[in-house]
Design a protein around this ligand. Sequence first.
Ligand code: IMP
Ligand code: MG
Length: 180
Amino acid sequence: MDIEKKVWEVLCSKEDIQKRNIELGEQISKDYKDKNLYVVSLLRGSFVFAADLVREVSVPLKIDFMTTSSYGHGEESTGNVKVVADIKEDLTGYDVLVVDDITDSGITMKFVMEHLAKKNANSVKSCVLLDKPSRRKVDIVADYIGFTIEDKFVVGYGLNFGDYYRNYPYVFCVTDEDRK
Ligand code: IMP
Ligand code: MG
């Protein structure tokens, strides 16, 4: 496949994302003004979003990264989440904000929030770039949401298919043909 020749359906442009990140950053800065913010970014999908988002946040914060596994080959959650790489610190006294690329079934976010709450955090909240509410299998709504989208498989801006497309600066739909 020659990806340069494809015309993609762009859902969130580079400009849309930049604008939304500024808004989210302002809101988070207000909400965490008198708190002790600790951002936990879920790898690998949220590395681009988290890097841009934290630069729009004006209150002091720490950041660490966590890797979980649940998706066999990238599309459907198996429902069986495992911690592959945990954060290093105990979270006593911190207000945790878990950052992920997308909430789909919600299984990953629910698991991670419960896992981090056990590390004695003051509070645990969530922030996702994208939300696909129609796909939810567990009862969870992220505290901060960049964009709500319909049930389409999307890539770019950190999101992958087969580990490709993460480097594109916008979010777009891959067609069934691309996913074969
Ligand atoms: P959940 O546990 O089903 O909510 O899955 C969340 C994870 O699934 C995200 O962190 C993504 O890594 C992955 N995921 C879900 N939907 C998509 C998509 O449309 N494109 C790329 N990755 C996705
Ligand atoms: Mg993920």
